[in-house]
Design a protein around this ligand. Structure first.
Ligand code: NAD
Length: 362
């Protein structure tokens, strides 16, 4: 198989972490007999500098024609203060909308070798912590009707509207059930069905969709309880599916449990196989160009790409296993070295992971 991958390096540490991810994918290619054609495109601050817009039409066109998109990070102080539609972040919103990506998948995994980095007590994170938050990305209160009335008076008031259609809930529920079928097979649907009408519909539709996935265990949790349970017993969760706003909050909470922003990947998916894969962190301008950035979040994003868009499951496992091995051998980029270890730079970390991929016994 030959896969066409659009590569968007972006700004700040983006180019460094993407370069190492490509090194790892080249090792995957040798190991697994699959090949990649990488086509580089621009988005974010660098695109503003070159084309005057954060998301050139040509970038979107190349993305649409590819099997998947790999993104570093965008933004930085140089482009702060530009008008809203000209910011690097407008490029991010534009690419998600332009590719019809309505599901955001964010795993939060605690690696054995990095258990100490978790801010939770050791007895709470003792077992396996491997959570996937599936967040609805293009609907709900962030996109509903909003406004202000009686402006400038003592009675001024404002409103936002949470609105979900059956079709929107159904497609995100399917994404969650499909993901769970490739994992431990448990879906927790998070809502506020004791109060919100939109949540009542959410729950009804999720229950209906679940009938098509008889092998998956479905349970429901109110969002206030879910936020407590994530801290009290994170090991109980496999896949969490929830609305845009609840997912925004819970995915950040789940990320914190792992203790390192440089380790966390993400995927944004639509109705087809095409997806956008990127680390959850930003462009870290404070360490850009210094060989200090942790490339693991981006490398793990590439592993998600192999699993969810390309369905190369064995290759995805090999990459995740290589990351685990390198951490077990004690190698650390500076951001994850507070509990000791052999400190290496961005390029060396990429090389070590690529080497583990090559050495994997099939
Ligand atoms: P950030 O995630 O870039 O950095 C926060 C802190 O984490 C910094 O100290 C940074 O050095 C560190 N960090 C982040 N990633 C790291 C890595 N891989 N290895 C080691 N350390 C890492 O967030 P910020 O500082 O708030 O934002 C910087 C810029 O990134 C801003 O312009 C912001 O708008 C943009 N941003 C982009 C995205 C994206 O491209 N998806 C997401 C968030 C922020």
């Amino acid at each position: 198989m030959n896969y066409k991958i659009t590569v968007i390096k972006g700004d700040g540490i983006g180019p460094e972490i993407i370069d190492q991810t490509i090194t790892v994918l080249e090792a995957v290619s040798e190991k697994c007999g699959i090949s990649f054609t990488f086509k580089e495109e621009m988005m974010g601050g660098c695109a503003i500098d070159k084309y005057g817009v954060p998301l050139p039409e040509s970038t979107l066109k190349t993305c649409r024609e590819s099997d998947s998109v790999l993104l570093g990070a965008v933004g930085g102080p140089k482009w702060e203060g530009l008008p809203g539609d000209r910011t690097p972040e407008a490029g991010l919103l534009g690419i998600r909308a332009g590719l019809g990506l309505y599901a955001n998948l964010r795993p939060a995994v605690i690696y054995e070798a990095l258990r100490e980095a978790s801010p939770l007590k050791p007895e709470i994170v003792e077992g396996k912590i491997d959570i996937l938050v599936v967040r609805e990305l293009t609907g709900g209160i962030y996109f509903g009707q909003r406004g202000r009335e009686e402006k400038g008076t003592a009675n001024e008031w404002a409103y936002d509207t949470e609105r979900y259609s059956v079709a929107e809930i159904e497609r995100i529920a399917r994404t969650a059930f499909e993901a769970a079928s490739k994992r431990r097979g448990i879906v927790t649907s998070v809502d506020k069905a004791n109060v919100l009408e939109s949540s009542k519909l959410w729950r009804e539709v999720v229950i209906r969709v679940a009938k098509d996935y008889p092998d998956i265990t479905l349970n429901h949790m109110y969002v206030d309880n879910a936020s407590m349970q994530l801290i009290r017993d994170p090991g109980q969760f496999d896949v969490i599916v929830t609305t845009n706003m609840f997912g925004d909050i819970l995915s950040d909470e789940a990320s914190m449990i792992t203790g390192s922003i440089g380790m966390l990947p993400s995927a944004s998916l639509g109705s087809g196989k095409l997806g956008l894969y990127e680390p959850i962190h930003g462009s870290a301008p404070d360490i850009a160009g210094q060989d200090k950035a942790n490339p693991i979040a981006t490398i793990l994003s590439a592993a998600m790409m192999l699993r969810y868009s390309l369905e190369e499951y064995a290759a995805a496992d090999i990459v995740e296993n290589a990351v685990r091995k390198v951490l077990e051998k004690g190698y650390r980029t500076p951001d994850i070295a507070s509990f000791g270890g052999k400190v290496v730079g961005t390029a060396e970390m990429g090389r070590l992971i690529a080497e583990e991929v090559r050495e994997y016994e099939l």
